[in-house]
Design a protein around this ligand. Structure first.
Ligand SMILES: *[C@@H]1O[C@H](CO)[C@@H](O)[C@H](O)[C@H]1NC(C)=O
Ligand SMILES: *[C@@H]1O[C@H](CO)[C@@H](O)[C@H](O)[C@H]1NC(C)=O
Ligand SMILES: *[C@@H]1O[C@H](CO)[C@@H](O)[C@H](O)[C@H]1NC(C)=O
Ligand SMILES: *[C@@H]1O[C@H](CO)[C@@H](O)[C@H](O)[C@H]1NC(C)=O
Ligand SMILES: *[C@@H]1O[C@H](CO)[C@@H](O)[C@H](O)[C@H]1NC(C)=O
Ligand SMILES: *[C@@H]1O[C@H](CO)[C@@H](O)[C@H](O)[C@H]1NC(C)=O
Length: 353
């Protein structure tokens, strides 16, 4: 009996379904019509109590803020490695001039051992219009940051530690904080650092923030190390974002200092350990510089023209350094292991004085 009722019900359902269908047609036309009118009203920025102008206002603001964001975001996306990591450097006009530091920097990617492909992931931050134009002429990923005065004190070489210089270095920390917030990890590298081998292989897996040193104590977790934040690899996470905000905030107290010296002041701050930020210092054996050169040609990853002021001195010495590297690379493979026994860097030379 039950089965009979059920089979009787089926045609009933089908019939009522059929009658519903004939009602649905005008409904669908009405919905399409209303939708069409809504879109028209939106396009014409029609004002009504429905809140439509608010919606279109929202869309307009969303696209304008996005425009500012997308410029940076689009550049980061284009330059990024698969794991959302970018390499970042920054330039002013004097450093960007043909034959100056930027050219020597890019040359190091070409003659380093398998470092060429890293330049595809390099984002160059430009502080002035001239540097930006020069960057765009020779590199795919250039970003011009708005800066307080376009009036070229930045472009001059002799602006080290001036007000404008300090404005820039703190702006840089703020900018890098934005990069982290956008979800990108970065390797920040000064432009006077020569890339001779892949640096990523030697980074600590567990660190939020790792930085090169002017002088390395021999212990990578020892906060007494003298950091050189001109080469720092930072993983994007809540701890590193916090650290960059904390660092940037310290400009209220240390604003008359270089960002790196401020970092040196705050590195032992109890808030940093309380936030569990893992900081590591990189060995100058691999990440060397003129303060403390890497002694082994077979191990060196990067060399920095630190402990040197004066643009022309840096350029001269970095060119000599690249010649040293070329000589090493031209040496027979089976003799390379011995090379550092009989050869050392010819630099610092001009930078010594
Ligand atoms: C977006 O524009 C604002 C105002 O011009 C500026 O302060 C901010 O730094 C810009 N954001 C980025 C990521 O450049
Ligand atoms: C260059 O890199 C390749 C691949 O990693 C390696 O086999 C070779 O030994 C390296 N040469 C030098 C001089 O480091
Ligand atoms: C540059 O500085 C000069 C003199 O200080 C000033 O007259 C000029 O308006 C400035 N130009 C810009 C673009 O700020
Ligand atoms: C760095 O270390 C070298 C020895 O490795 C030492 O001569 C020099 O004084 C140190 N410099 C600083 C700033 O600590
Ligand atoms: C390295 O430095 C850390 C922090 O100062 C310390 O706890 C650790 O014992 C040091 N390691 C060595 C091998 O000296
Ligand atoms: C930085 O300063 C701002 C404004 O005083 C504050 O709201 C924020 O919590 C500070 N951030 C850090 C990480 O210290």
């Amino acid at each position: 009996m039950k089965a009979g009722v059920e089979s009787n019900n089926n045609p009933l359902v089908a019939r009522s379904g059929h009658s519903n269908l004939s009602v649905r047609w005008p409904m669908q036309i009405l919905i399409i019509f209303v939708g069409f009118v809504l879109v028209l009203m939106l396009l014409c920025n029609y004002t009504s109590p429905l809140g439509i102008p608010v919606l279109s206002q929202y869309l307009i603001t969303a696209t304008t803020t996005e425009k500012n964001e997308t410029t940076l975001e689009a550049i980061l996306r284009k330059a990024s490695m698969k794991d959302k990591t970018v390499i970042i450097t920054n330039l002013n006009d004097a450093w960007a001039e043909p034959g100056s530091i930027f050219d020597v920097f890019l040359e190091s990617f070409r003659i380093g051992n398998q470092t060429q492909h890293f330049s595809n992931h390099l984002v160059v931050i430009n502080w002035d219009q001239k540097a930006h134009a020069r960057c765009q002429a020779i590199h795919p990923h250039c970003y011009q940051i708005e800066s307080k005065s376009e009036n070229a004190t930045f472009s001059k070489e002799a602006f080290f530690m001036t007000q404008d210089y300090l404005h820039i270095v703190w702006k840089k920390i703020d900018f890098l904080s934005t990069v982290l917030e956008l979800g990108y990890s970065f390797l920040f590298t000064d432009t006077d650092i020569m890339w001779l081998r892949n640096p990523f292989e030697l980074f600590y897996k567990d660190a939020d923030f790792q930085t090169s040193c002017d002088n390395f104590s021999g212990n990578s977790t020892d906060l007494n190390n003298a950091p050189n934040t001109g080469f720092s690899y930072v993983r994007s996470n809540e701890r590193s974002i916090w650290l960059y905000k904390f660092w940037f905030n310290s400009s209220r107290i240390y604003g008359r200092m270089h960002d790196q010296n401020a970092f040196n002041k705050i590195k032992m701050h109890p808030h940093i350990s309380a936030m569990n930020v893992k900081i590591r210092f990189l060995d100058t054996k691999y990440f060397g510089g003129f303060c403390q050169p890497s002694k082994d040609f077979n191990q060196v990853r990067t060399m920095h023209a630190n402990c040197c002021t004066g643009l022309q001195k840096k350029v001269n010495d970095l060119k000599i350094l690249l010649d040293d590297w070329r000589n090493y690379m031209a040496f027979p493979e089976d003799k390379k292991q011995e090379y550092s026994r009989y050869h050392s860097w010819s630099v610092p030379k001009y930078c010594r004085f």
